[in-house]
Design a protein around this ligand. Structure first.
Ligand code: VG1
Ligand code: CO
Length: 543
């Protein structure tokens, strides 16, 4: 078998952040571009020879051609084996589980998560390490440096590998094993949750809708909800993964999953609704006429973990990303367990999970997960809620109400301004940073600043530090405003403004979120001058 060493011509130009490399499909299709990044990954883990790699993606446009290229490169780079999801499909959480189960050196996941797909849309690639989680910064920095200096990549010539049936085949000296990741993942979930209790709930007049948004979770959800748990046929919407996600944004939030939201947010809607994103790691939870904010979802899961078989022994601790609301902190305090605040992105949770310091973790961006893998896990969160509903026989709305009665409510919203001018956005953050001393002494009617900073994280496991992770302003009544720039957008910059307010009085806990937060929203708009400086009349997405 001949190994070709081909000069690279196209250089990737994005420092892989929280989610690998994300670019337009057209960029990825440039000659040598994907190959450059893949070779940089292989070069960054020189110990890969003779080991196993996991490979799959969310089914978006360019998934299959990319997999064929990566397989031929893996063979040329002397991997012993590549395990690929059937039809090239692997959700991010399934990939994480499979890396761990097969003790692989890592995995390559092809996805741009919740970003749209199609010939004119986004593609992405990320490398997860042997623990199943996103590679640590020291690896991604290496990949970046190598991708800048690379001069060749290795590939063998071969025909297309058939990915449609489970089984093992040879590619040069390497083995390619195609696996059915759906049943492996379903078994993992079966070990954590009480499937028979959920099944009797679903048998008993309880109705649910899960919207797979034509993304990767469709096959997993059909198998778990409809086949194993007995949800009515048709409960899983948009179950077929499509290369362009049916033209939609596979992002489970109030804006992009509007049809689902409209179906559930009525007095006679189904009991339960949920959705997941492009690569299956996000979740949105809804009950009849009730939206559960992701920050609240993490707090509720923490408060009720003892009711779920997989977590009945108690929690070591919990963690949330910095912009996630403080709701879970209040629960952790009552449970007397540690609560960690990390920068945005799952890799920071990975260290805490590996060190057994936490059991649950989550982000405001519709992500939550646990020690079972090293990625956030959309279907896991949904099963957690179903198990909780089956166990308590309460509605989602009742669970929320009781939670707020007990712990108080953290009103929470995120306002996103998308595709704004990147250099102006960087200047805005820079300006806020330089104004911190002045902001520290500011006061707006009932809102008096108690503290503000640019978040810096010192990892308690390896002492590594990550600075400039977002501007946070804490008020003396427990309210917060946080500003940060997205690291996952592919057009210009996205400014995210996170706003929250604590309300301990049960009589004031059923306000509309945007109204409850309007004073703070105005302060955030004043501080950024977003409307004038960027000529925007409103945020692009409000969650
Ligand atoms: C966003 C979210 C962040 C999440 C990241 C990856 O990042 O805010 O919480 O970890 O996406 O999620 P950013 O930098 O754009 O704010 V995903 O579903 O790629 O897998
Ligand atoms: Co995702």
């Amino acid at each position: 078998m001949q190994v070709n060493s081909i000069p690279t011509t196209a250089y990737t130009d994005q420092k892989p952040g929280t989610s690998g490399l994300r670019k337009k499909v057209k960029t990825f299709k440039q000659k040598g571009y994907l190959e450059n990044f893949v070779q940089a990954i292989f070069d960054a883990i020189p110990e890969h020879k003779g080991t196993t790699l996991i490979l799959g993606g969310d089914g978006r446009y360019y998934n299959l051609p990319a997999i064929q290229i990566i397989l031929r490169m893996a063979a040329a780079n002397d991997f012993k084996k590549v395990i690929v999801g059937q039809h090239g499909i692997l959700s991010t959480p399934a990939a994480s589980a499979i890396i761990r189960k097969y003790k692989a050196i890592g995995g390559i996941i092809l996805s741009a998560s919740h970003n749209p797909g199609g010939p004119d849309e986004d593609f992405g690639i990320k490398f997860n390490s042997a623990n199943g989680g996103p590679a640590a910064e020291k690896i991604t920095d290496k990949i970046y440096t190598y991708s800048k200096n690379i001069f060749r990549y290795l590939i063998i010539n071969s025909d297309k590998i058939n990915l449609d049936e489970p089984g093992t085949q040879s590619l040069g000296k390497m083995q390619v094993e195609v696996i059915d990741s759906v049943s492996e993942y379903a078994e993992l979930m079966n070990g954590l949750f009480d499937f028979s209790k959920i099944k009797s709930l679903l048998d008993n007049d309880f109705s649910m809708i899960f919207d797979a948004m034509h993304a990767v979770t469709g096959p997993y959800a059909k198998e778990i909800f409809e086949n194993r748990l007995g949800a009515a046929k048709g409960s899983v919407w948009n179950a077929k993964p499509l290369p362009d996600f049916g033209g939609g944004h596979p992002d489970p939030n109030l804006t992009h999953a509007k049809k689902l939201v409209d179906a559930i947010m009525t007095d006679n809607g189904p009991d339960f609704g949920a959705a997941s994103d492009g690569d299956g790691d996000r979740n949105m939870i809804l009950g009849r006429n009730c939206f559960v904010s992701p920050s609240d979802s993490l707090a509720v899961m923490t408060a009720n973990a003892d009711k779920i078989p997989g977590y009945a022994k108690g929690l070591k601790g919990v963690a949330r990303s910095m912009p996630t609301s403080l709701a879970v902190d209040r629960v952790a305090e009552q449970l007397n367990i540690p609560c960690f605040e990390t920068p945005t992105g799952w890799k920071f949770f990975g260290n805490l999970l590996d060190a057994d310091m936490i059991t649950l973790c989550g982000e405001e961006s519709f992500g939550s997960g646990s020690s079972h893998i090293r990625e956030k896990d959309g279907l896991w969160a949904i099963l957690f809620w179903l198990n909780l509903l089956a166990e308590t026989k309460k509605s989602v709305a009742d669970i929320m109400k009781e939670h707020w009665d007990r712990f108080g409510r953290n009103y929470y919203t995120r306002h996103d301004y998308e595709a704004i001018d990147a250099s102006k956005a960087a200047a805005l953050i820079e300006q806020l940073r330089s104004r911190l001393p002045e902001i520290k002494t500011s006061e707006w009617s009932e809102y008096k600043v108690q503290d503000c900073d640019d978040f810096e994280y010192i990892d308690p496991v390896d002492n590594s530090s990550s600075s400039q992770q977002g501007i946070r302003i804490l008020f003396d009544n427990g309210s917060r405003i946080v500003f940060r720039l997205s690291g996952t957008g592919t057009v210009g910059a996205t400014l995210r403004i996170y706003i929250e307010k604590y309300e301990g009085n049960p009589d004031k806990q059923d306000m509309d979120t945007q109204i409850a937060l309007q004073g703070l929203i105005r302060i955030a708009e004043d501080l950024t001058g977003i409307k004038q400086n960027f000529e925007r009349s409103a945020p692009d997405v409000i969650t």
